[in-house]
Design a protein around this ligand. Structure first.
Ligand code: NAP
Length: 249
């Protein structure tokens, strides 16, 4: 029996990258997993197929976290399929870097709408489905929230907001026994990071020299820490922000 047998876990943005690995790790501990996606149905179906093949349980449910009507539909489908949510991983996110002179309202709103508003809308809709015994919400932040690199003011600010929300909601939801924590990755090799040119170039090389453990991350480096927060092992841990970054800070 896994540590999450009988639990229902929702992972937003789980069609690829860090979210896909989190979904697979939660399922490996016995959770029934909702694999959310925005546009990549085929990616989400492939994650569900991998989980099912390994003996786990999962369904794919589409919906953009930044669209209120789609969030409502997502949560309604989860209610129909499972009737409850024990674990919510707010992973869906986008990242874009731009120097001050290139910041536009679109650059600002696209990132804040998904990374911050999307997290709030999903959490707001999901909380009523948490059972009386409570559960765990894990927000995927980033080391950039405090590292604050040049040309990353907007993206870094979204993750600063995520960490503030984590701390605020941990106080708000503690009475309902819902724990809220942030996991803050350093650079991780994902489809998103690769398509932005962060992997295999100067940026990766520089970051590796600044990382005590001497390498960038893989999605499963993040997923195992998320599983810890999801399980009863973390039963007295809430409002925490943990960097999972090989020591980069
Ligand atoms: P990725 O490879 O680009 O994957 C992003 C995932 O988010 C995809 O499944 C995508 O779904 C989904 N998504 C995007 N917009 C969405 C929306 N509006 N609604 C629902 N899902 C949406 O990204 P990643 O590198 O795995 O990053 C995942 C999280 O980790 C993000 O929050 C990111 O900020 C954070 N993070 C990443 C790194 C890194 O180096 N990779 C470092 C620190 C933090 P579709 O494919 O269906 O569009």
């Amino acid at each position: 029996m896994g540590k999450l047998t009988g639990k229902v876990a929702v992972v937003t943005g789980a069609s690829k990258g860090i979210g896909a690995s989190i979904a697979e790790h939660l399922a490996a501990e016995g959770a029934s997993v909702v694999v959310n996606y925005a546009s990549s149905k085929s990616g989400a179906d492939a994650v569900v197929a991998r989980i099912t093949k390994a003996g786990g349980k999962a369904i794919a449910v589409g919906g953009s976290v930044s669209e209120p009507a789609e969030v409502t539909k997502l949560i309604d489908e989860i209610k129909k399929a499972y009737g409850k949510i024990d674990i919510l991983v707010n992973n869906a996110g986008i990242f874009d870097f731009a120097p001050l002179e290139a910041i536009t309202p679109e650059h600002f709103h696209s990132q804040f709408n998904i990374n911050v508003l999307g997290l709030l809308l999903t959490t707001q809709a999901a909380v009523p489905l948490f059972p009386a015994e409570g559960g765990s919400i894990i927000n995927i932040s980033s080391v950039v929230a405090t590292l604050a690199p040049a040309n990353g003011s907007v993206y870094s600010a979204t993750k600063g907001a995520v960490d503030t929300i984590t701390q605020s909601l941990s106080k708000e939801l503690g009475a309902r026994k819902i724990r809220v924590n942030s996991v803050s990755p350093g650079l991780v090799e994902t489809e998103g990071a690769t398509s932005k040119g962060f992997i295999g170039g100067d940026m990766e090389a520089r970051l590796v020299t600044e990382t005590p453990l001497g390498r960038i991350g893989q999605p499963n480096d993040i997923a195992s820490v998320v599983v810890f927060f999801a399980t009863d092992d973390a039963r007295w841990v809430t409002g925490q922000i943990i960097k999972v970054s090989g020591g980069a800070r």
